[in-house]
Ligand binder design. Structure first.
Ligand SMILES: C[S@@+](CC[C@H](N)C(=O)[O-])C[C@H]1O[C@@H](n2cnc3c(N)ncnc32)[C@H](O)[C@@H]1O
Length: 302
């Protein structure tokens, strides 16, 4: 079989199997390309000659075996291949971390234009998982020091592996922390993709999501617990002109409706995605002050 025939064959099987896509691809054909090209060690691109290249027996058998597992186990392809792409970069992934897919990739590639007054000297990737966002940010800002933090030590082990893979050991560190508890600012940019899925929504997710760590998806009550905690605390760790960028996905409308006190900007994406907000330290701090001080005390009247 050549590459084209193999992709067609796999795509047909995927299409017939009623799979759910959403972990890096959104259709059977792209999922088949992802599988066949990765197994064959081919670069993703428009090189037509690649399509006629022959796959050897070992490659074909591996493609067949992984096709079967993708269908029978409903395991996302990134876990089967142990590799995912984010902001044009490869990352090692396994079941310890969420599969990278945040639209924040587009912001990183655009160096967060026009949100930052100057290139950030210190960046925090809060809730880092595989480390994809912080590592991509470190490569986008070659002068920046970057902290990757997560509550899950096994996620941080994987993030460390990705730091080494991208040769960033000098500038990128991992810190185990429950949100900001163990972190020392100030940071010029805090980027966060925290869990924001409610328990009910987690229960209703397609089988593919059950292979992801529940601690990477679930945020208590209505999904807003962790995003709100971040909004309430981030000002303490930002520089004067610092900015928080946070993904809350489809919990965005609920957050906006219930908490209009946070003057956030909802960011637009050229390549798809939604539910990512930006807010400056000054705006976060003013909400913090208003809620700490509370309404003005009644004046004493004789
Ligand atoms: C949605 S995943 C994001 C992973 C990665 N940043 C990405 O975009 O692919 C959320 C991550 O937050 C971590 N997490 C959950 N609760 C946390 C907490 N209280 N403090 C810090 N990290 C937490 C999870 O372990 C998980 O790795």
């Amino acid at each position: 079989m050549n590459v084209r025939q193999c992709v067609e064959f796999v795509a047909q099987q995927f299409a017939a199997a009623d799979l759910y896509y959403g972990h890096g691809t959104d259709n059977a054909w792209d999922e088949a390309v992802y599988l066949v090209f990765t197994v064959a060690g081919l670069p993703f691109g428009d090189d037509a000659a690649v399509a006629d290249q022959l796959l050897d027996d070992v490659m074909q058998q591996r493609v067949e075996a992984l096709t079967l597992r993708r269908i029978e186990e409903r395991r996302p392809m990134a876990y089967l291949l142990q590799e995912a792409w984010f902001a044009g970069l490869p990352f090692h992934v396994d079941e310890r971390v969420l599969i990278p897919r945040s639209p924040i990739a587009e912001l990183v590639l655009n160096q967060f234009e026009p949100l930052l007054a100057a290139p950030p000297a210190r960046i925090l990737d809060l809730c880092t998982g595989s480390g994809c966002i912080g590592i991509a940010a470190a490569l986008a800002f070659p002068e920046a020091k970057v902290d990757l933090s997560d509550i899950a030590p096994d996620a941080l082990e994987l993030a460390q592996r990705n730091i080494r893979r991208h040769g960033l050991g000098q500038r990128v560190a991992t810190i185990e922390s429950d949100l900001f508890a163990q972190l020392k600012g100030p940071y010029d940019l805090i980027i966060a993709n925290p869990p924001y899925v409610s328990a009910q929504e987690v229960a209703d997710l397609p089988p593919e999501y059950r292979h992801e760590p529940v601690g990477a998806l679930l945020s208590e009550a209505d999904g807003l617990d962790l995003p709100l905690a971040i909004l309430r605390q981030a000002a303490n760790l930002l520089t004067t002109h610092g900015v928080l960028v946070m993904e809350v996905g489809y919990s965005g409308p609920l957050l906006a409706a219930r908490h209009p006190e946070f003057p956030v900007t909802w960011l637009a994406f050229e390549h798809g995605g939604e539910g990512v907000l930006a807010i400056a330290k000054a705006d976060l701090a003013s909400v913090q002050t208003a809620t700490t001080v509370g309404p003005a005390a009644p004046k004493f009247v004789r």
